[in-house]
Write a new protein. Sequence first.
Length: 108
Amino acid sequence: MGFNTIPARNIENYSDRSKYMLIDVRSPDEYMEGHIPHALNVPYEEFDAYMPGLSRKLTYVLYCDRGATSLLLARKMFRAGYDVLSVIGGMNAYRGPLSTVRRTGRDH
């Protein structure tokens, strides 16, 4: 694969926003139903337009519903030269606190 995956239970280990950016690639509606705190919402369909503006100094932690979409995107980002991690099982595996505060790609 060329990049790493992490279990959802370890997501707290990646909360240092000076090193990591947590990105929820689900739809805005799914994101607003509840997401991992401090996650930025950049829907999968919009990611290609957003990716060129990303810093190469951060590691990106991606998640979706079940992990398949974030895995595809992580592979694509890795091939483009980004440091990236994908959360195994996505939101279905996450058991931590949820937020409904909206952060979009324009907020970053």
